[in-house]
Design a protein around this ligand. Structure first.
Ligand SMILES: NC(=O)c1ccc[n+]([C@@H]2O[C@H](COP(=O)([O-])OP(=O)(O)OC[C@H]3O[C@@H](n4cnc5c(N)ncnc54)[C@H](O)[C@@H]3O)[C@@H](O)[C@H]2O)c1
Length: 445
C-alpha cells in the first residue's frame, strides 16, 4: 500500500485491512521469538515478511528450513509454499508492511547495563521507511518507558506523529521454547499502546492469530508486567536455591520438600532449584528494571539479592562435587568430569546464559579435565561470556564410564535412560532428573 492510498482516517483503514487479513505484517528479528510469531500470523491468513540481518538465516527460511529445532521445518515450508511467509534482509520492504513487530535481542552489557543498540538501531531503520497508517509494536523485553519515550521520539524524528499518522504499542513476548502445552497462538497476549488508538489497533491485530488479547492502559504497564513475570520467577528460583543449600546442610532433600508442599491446593506455587539461571530472559531481564530504577534513585533489592544467589549456584555445585570427591580422598585436580547438558533447559538447543558453561569453566580452573555431552548441541560456539571450543562426547554407557564424576546440569529426556549409568562411579544431579542409578554414588546439589 502506498502513502497516497491512505485517507485521513488512517485508523479505520488499518482496522479494515487487519479485519480482512489484507494487512501485511513485517516481523523484525527471526529468532526464538520472531520466527514462531511470523508463522502464527501466516497460519492465521496474514501476509508476513520476516526481516533479519543474518542472510544465512533468511536464505534457509526461504528454502523452507527452520534454524530452530523446536520450530518445525514443516511449518516454515508450508508457509513459504503458500506464499504467506517470506524472509528478507531488505528493509526497504518495511514500506509494504501495515504492521511492524520488533523482536530483536535486548541483552545486557558487560556491566549488566541494558544493551539497547539492537532496539534503537532497528527503530532508526523503521524511521527511514515509516509512512502514514502503519502500526509499530515492540515485543522485545525492556524497561518501562522504552516505547513511549525512546521509540516514539526516534520514530517522530521522521516528521510523522502518533496517533495522527502512525500507531505505536508494546506487546511482550511470552514464548516458552519447547513447551508442548502452550504455543504462540494459545498464550494470552498483553498489549499497551502509547495512546488509546494504538492500543485498539494492536489489540485488533493480535486478536487475528491469538486466542486471547488483554489490553492494558499504557505501554508502560505492558512493559512492567513482562518484567514482573520474569522477576517473579528469578526471585522464587533464588528462594528455592537458597533453601536447597540450607536444607542440604540439614540432610533434607529440597525436591522432596517441594513435592510435599505442593500438595497444598492453594497459596503455593512450586519452583525448582537448579545449577543456576539460563536463557535469554530470566537471568537478564530483571536487571533492566534495576537499571531504570536507579534513574529514580531507587534500589531493587529483591532483584539484586536473587541475582546474587542465582549466580552463585554453579560455584555451589562445583564445591559440592569437590566435597564428594574429598570424601573419597580425591581432588578435582586431574579428575575427569563429564557435564551432562549444555542448553539452559531441557530438550531445547538454546545455550544462551547456560550455567553449564560456568560449571565447566569453574571445574577447569580447579584443574579438572572436563568434557560435555549434549545431544542437542554437538559443538560449542562462542557465547556472551565463554568461548571454550569443546565438542559433545557420545551419549553412550561406554563413554560415561570413562569419567571420575558426572554432573547432570540439564534434564534432557535423553539422560533419563538408566542403562547409561551402568559404569558410572559418582553422579551429581542438579535437577533431581533421574532415579539414583544402581552401583553409583549419587547425590543432588
Ligand atoms: N527466547 C525467549 O524464550 C524469549 C521469551 C520472551 C521474550 N524474549 C525477548 O524477545 C526478544 C528477542 O529474543 P530472541 O530469543 O528471539 O532473540 P534471538 O537472538 O533468538 O533472535 C533475534 C534475531 O534478531 C536478529 N537481529 C538482530 N538485530 C537485528 C536488526 N537490527 N534487524 C533485524 N534483525 C536483527 C538476529 O539475527 C536474530 O535472528 C528479546 O528481547 C528477548 O528478551 C525472548
Amino acid at each position: 500500500m502506498l502513502d497516497s492510498d491512505m485517507g485521513p482516517d488512517t485508523k479505520k483503514q488499518l482496522l479494515d485491512r487487519i479485519g480482512s487479513r489484507e494487512a501485511v505484517v513485517g516481523i523484525i528479528g527471526q529468532g526464538y521469538v520472531g520466527l514462531p510469531l511470523a508463522l502464527t500470523f501466516a497460519e492465521a491468513g496474514f501476509w508476513v515478511v520476516g526481516f533479519d540481518l543474518d542472510e544465512a538465516k533468511v536464505a534457509s527460511l526461504n528454502r523452507g528450513e527452520s534454524h530452530i529445532k523446536h520450530v518445525g521445518a514443516d511449518r516454515v515450508a508450508k508457509a513459504v509454499a503458500e506464499r504467506r511467509f517470506s524472509a528478507s534482509p531488505d528493509f526497504s520492504r518495511l514500506r509494504d508492511c501495515d504492521a511492524i513487530l520488533i523482536c530483536v535481542p535486548t541483552p545486557l552489557g558487560r556491566h549488566r547495563e541494558p544493551n539497547m543498540s539492537f532496539v534503537h538501531g532497528t527503530t532508526r531503520t523503521i524511521r527511514g521507511y515509516l509512512r502514514p497508517g502503519q502500526l509499530v509494536v515492540l515485543e522485545s523485553t525492556t524497561y518501562p518507558g522504552t516505547t513511549d519515550e525512546e521509540i516514539k521520539a526516534i520514530l517522530e524524528e521522521s516528521g510523522l506523529t502518533t496517533p495522527e499518522d502512525f500507531f505505536l504499542a508494546f506487546s511482550p513476548e511470552r514464548e516458552d521454547p519447547g513447551n508442548a502445552s502452550f504455543s504462540t497462538a494459545s498464550i494470552p497476549k498483553l498489549v499497551g499502546g502509547v495512546n488509546p488508538e494504538s492500543t485498539e489497533l494492536a489489540a485488533a491485530l493480535y486478536a487475528g492469530p491469538i486466542a486471547q488479547v488483554v489490553a492494558v492502559s499504557s505501554s508502560r504497564v505492558a512493559e512492567a508486567a513482562k518484567l514482573l513475570e520474569n522477576i517473579y520467577r528469578a526471585v522464587n528460583i533464588a528462594l528455592v536455591n537458597e533453601l536447597k543449600m540450607t536444607f542440604d546442610r540439614m540432610g533434607i532433600d529440597i525436591w522432596e520438600v517441594i513435592e510435599a508442599a505442593k500438595t497444598k491446593p492453594f497459596g503455593f506455587e512450586a519452583f525448582y532449584p537448579g545449577p543456576g539461571l539460563g536463557g535469554h530472559c530470566i537471568p537478564l531481564d530483571p536487571f533492566y528494571l534495576s537499571w531504570k530504577a536507579a534513574e529514580y534513585g531507587l534500589w531493587t533489592r529483591f532483584i539484586e539479592l536473587a541475582g546474587e544467589i542465582n549466580t552463585r549456584m554453579p560455584s555451589y555445585v562445583v564445591s559440592r562435587l569437590e566435597r564428594a570427591l574429598a570424601e573419597e580422598g580425591r581432588t578435582l585436580t586431574g579428575a575427569k568430569v563429564l557435564v551432562l547438558g549444555l542448553s539452559y533447559k531441557a530438550n531445547v538447543d538454546d545455550d544462551r546464559e547456560s550455567p553449564s558453561y560456568e560449571i565447566i569453566e569453574l571445574l577447569q580452573e580447579r584443574g579438572a579435565q572436563v568434557a560435555y555431552c549434549d545431544p542437542h548441541i554437538p559443538a560449542m560456539h562462542a557465547v556472551r561470556k565463554h568461548d571454550l571450543g569443546l565438542r559433545s562426547v557420545p551419549l553412550t554407557p561406554e563413554e560415561f564410564a570413562k569419567y571420575d564424576a558426572l554432573v547432570l546440569s540439564t534434564a534432557h529426556e535423553a539422560f533419563r535412560d538408566p542403562a547409561l549409568y551402568q559404569g558410572v562411579r559418582l553422579l551429581c544431579d542438579t535437577r533431581a532428573a533421574i532415579e539414583p542409578p544402581k552401583g553409583c554414588r549419587y547425590f543432588r546439589a
